[in-house]
Ligand binder design. Structure first.
Ligand code: BDR
Ligand code: CA
Length: 319
């Protein structure tokens, strides 16, 4: 059983990954922590509470960072053309969702959950890395107590999606991501190199809805705006970035990987760019030397990943 804390900025693709984690038989979802990104922190937190209520998820929700790790860093407006003004595809999420929040800030929730379950917690982080960096700052010892950190973010051998250099989750808080990648805990990076290959078609999403009932009807509805955004970018469907990271936890064999230290460019025209120094390759002295070797995903069995998502979500039917 994998004990998972899901750090997220819901977000349409975040919502699908949440439903996957909630339904998967080998995952014990012990917490949901929110971060700003696809919308402001008030909105992503409200959305997490909304999805918790609608999908009857027991895990507590803790509200996280609403600004970058280094305060007042140049920040970017939420991508409303991708996820809608409400972050969930403009389905009309209520302003207030009457579900209590965990009293702790997200980073403290993360620290305390790791300390309560030494060696057992997997962090699945699919938004900006701000809460993870804040957790490391508060309690650096957690690096020895975490099982692994699986993140959606970055682009190594492909272009970014916010700038040619940078992917959104890293671009949104580069210093936080650099801290997460250079810390001595095991990190797996599921970036655009593999997520851009993983397209769920409209029909596949409709099949999930038909087989899974009302929970998946909500998923279907909130995804339509996002599908429209992807219309001109991928053939007939949507890229399911965050679900790829969630699937990695239970099926790492569906990914090919490469090890090496990772740095994030902080500032300048390549702000947020991720660069790995592959293990075993010779270079001159550089700022990649002597750092922990982390894992990046370089390939994916996309049909198999899509099948696991389908099978997991339809494994629980609700009318
Ligand atoms: C990432 O950015 C967000 O828009 C998505 O939810 C995903 O986590 C993709 O670059
Ligand atoms: Ca996300």
């Amino acid at each position: 059983m994998h004990k998972v804390i899901y750090d997220t900025d819901p977000g349409v693709d975040d919502a699908m990954a949440l439903l996957f984690l909630h339904h998967h038989a080998e995952i014990d979802l012990i917490g949901i922590t929110t971060v700003f990104g696809n919308a402001l922190i008030e909105t992503t937190t409200r959305n997490a509470l909304f999805l918790k209520r609608e999908w009857k998820i027991d895990a507590p929700v803790a509200r996280g960072a609403g600004e970058t790790f280094i305060p007042h860093r140049v920040s970017h407006a939420p991508p409303t053309s991708i996820h809608g003004d409400d972050g969930l595809g403009n389905i009309g999420v209520p302003e207030q969702v009457d579900v209590p929040l965990d009293p702790r800030p997200a980073h403290r929730f993360i620290v305390e959950a790791i300390r309560a379950n030494p060696g057992e917690v997997t962090l699945v982080a699919v938004g900006r890395m701000t809460n993870l960096a804040n957790a490391l700052k508060e309690d650096p010892e957690i690096v020895k107590l975490v099982k692994q950190v699986v993140i959606m973010g970055g682009a190594f051998h492909t272009s970014g999606n916010v700038t040619p250099a940078a992917e959104a989750n890293i671009h949104g808080d580069p210093e936080a991501a650099d801290m997460v990648f250079t810390a001595s805990w095991p990190v797996v990076v599921v970036g655009l190199d593999v997520t851009m290959q993983t397209v769920m078609t409209r029909q596949a999403l409709a099949d999930i809805r038909d087989a899974a009932g009302s929970r998946a009807q909500l998923l279907f509805d909130l995804s339509q705006f996002y599908i429209k955004f992807y219309e001109s970018r991928v053939p007939d469907g949507m890229v399911i970035h965050d679900s790829c990271a969630a699937v990695y936890v239970v099926a790492p064999e569906l990914f090919t990987t490469r090890k090496g230290s990772i740095r994030v460019v902080c500032g300048g025209i390549a702000d947020g760019m991720t660069v790995q120094k592959p293990e075993g390759r010779g270079f001159g002295p550089s700022d990649w030397d002597g750092l922990p070797s982390q894992t990046i995903c370089t390939g994916i069995d996309a049909p198999a990943v899509l099948k696991i998502i389908h099978d997991t979500i339809v494994s629980v039917r609700e009318d």
